[in-house]
Ligand binder design. Structure first.
Ligand code: KG4
Ligand code: ZN
Length: 364
């Protein structure tokens, strides 16, 4: 069975052909057209520009995915598309395209949750099947999301933690912006951090020790919060020094006294990254212990981070818990992971109606 995956939730137009033979999943193609160059000029993703570019690119990207796989539309047995969450105008391009294609080819259309796609990238990396011991504790960490899930059975996802404010990738992007490093922030901070001292700047670690009134869980202590860290970096950059009470930092704080040296910027990057990575991994391993996970994994754009990958592997070796990480091209947004999640939904009997609509805040 060949599943065509289509992903347009943010600023990547992607199409992929994934073949399922028995329990094995093989990526026959995974084409990604990134819009980074378009959005860089504006310091972040501009939704209207993103949806217009998806419209320009979608046909070429799908054709190229078929060509790369040596396939034609006649070889496509089902179409999986990201229904949400994401930017609604961007999602609509993929959903409308997938609906039209499925209708004209008389093939089933399968709706996919973007985060289910990120989680399934871990299984796709292993070639499908049962290579990952369950339950699996997964940290999904991207520009829009920072959530912890427990996978007890293939295709079943229980959310046990999430960020209460900024996503980790968003914190990377905002810190890079205030350091004048451009967009997207993750890769550049990752690179500069390698030349910095990660103990140079004392930054606060946010820890949820009790359930918040607003938290939808009985226990909210596996939740994350990154907005205070971002504000602490802002205060540090503006010459106020490390802050304890981050609520008092604001846009009216004084500007920096002088330009930072390259070494100071590298030190801030390294210190910021130390706090983010430790926070993410502490919570992931807490969740694994609490829910009796037999394995842990990371997925999503921030899982491309070199320190997160290295530290996860090291902690796994230290604690004896098997760890799983997708290759970089499956970490950042791509349609192969959407096809993989499509296989799970197909097996569960899920089919979209022709009335399927994009849902920018779809829950998983
Ligand atoms: O999953 P993704 O491609 O798109 C969303 O669904 O959001 O994630 C994009 C995010 C951006 O915030 C980007 O800065 C971050 O992933 N990112 C990284 C790295 N590469 C990408 N963050 C930290 N280190 C990296 N190497
Ligand atoms: Zn994503």
């Amino acid at each position: 069975m060949n599943i065509l995956g289509i992903e347009t939730s943010c600023d990547e137009t992607s199409a992929a052909l994934v073949e399922r033979r028995d329990q094995h999943w093989a990526i026959r193609s995974n084409v990604v057209s990134s819009q980074i160059e378009i959005h860089r000029e504006w310091g972040g993703v501009v939704p209207e520009l993103a949806s217009r570019q998806h419209i320009r690119d979608i046909c070429t990207v799908v054709n190229r995915a078929l060509e790369t796989a040596g396939a034609t539309l006649a070889d496509v047995d089902a179409i999986a598309v990201t229904q949400g969450p994401g930017l609604v105008g961007s999602l609509l391009v993929g959903v409308s395209f997938a609906k039209s294609l499925a209708l004209s080819l008389s093939r089933p259309l399968i709706p996919v949750h973007h985060l289910a796609g990120h989680i399934e990238s871990l299984f796709l990396e292993q070639g499908g099947g049962e290579a990952i011991p369950l339950p699996l504790a997964v940290l999904v960490v991207s520009g829009g999301h920072t959530s912890l899930y427990i996978v007890r059975a293939p295709g079943s996802y229980q959310r046990v933690g999430r960020t209460r404010d900024d996503a980790a990738g968003e914190a990377y992007d905002k810190v890079a912006k205030l350091l004048g490093l451009g967009y997207p922030g993750g890769p550049v901070i990752d690179r500069l951090a390698k030349q910095g001292n990660d103990q140079a700047v004392d930054l606060p670690v946010t820890r949820m020790t009790h359930a918040d009134r607003n938290a939808p869980y009985e226990k909210g202590d596996l939740d994350f919060s990154f907005s205070g860290l971002k504000t602490a970096v802002l205060r540090h950059v503006r010459g106020a020094g490390p802050v304890r009470d981050v609520r008092r930092a604001g846009p009216k704080d004084p500007p920096p006294q002088r330009a930072l040296t390259n070494q100071e910027i590298a030190d801030i990057c390294a210190s910021f990254q130390r706090v983010v990575v430790n926070t993410l991994l502490d919570r992931l391993f807490d969740a694994a212990e609490r829910f009796g996970a037999q394995s842990v994994g990371i997925a999503g754009g921030v899982s491309a981070n070199s320190r997160l990958r290295a530290d996860l592997t090291a902690r796994g070796l230290r604690t004896g818990v098997p760890t799983f990480i997708p290759r970089i091209s499956l970490s950042t947004d791509n349609a192969a992971m959407i096809a993989a999640a499509g296989i799970r939904n197909f097996d569960a009997g899920l089919r979209a109606e022709w009335t399927l609509n994009a849902d920018s805040s779809l829950e998983l």
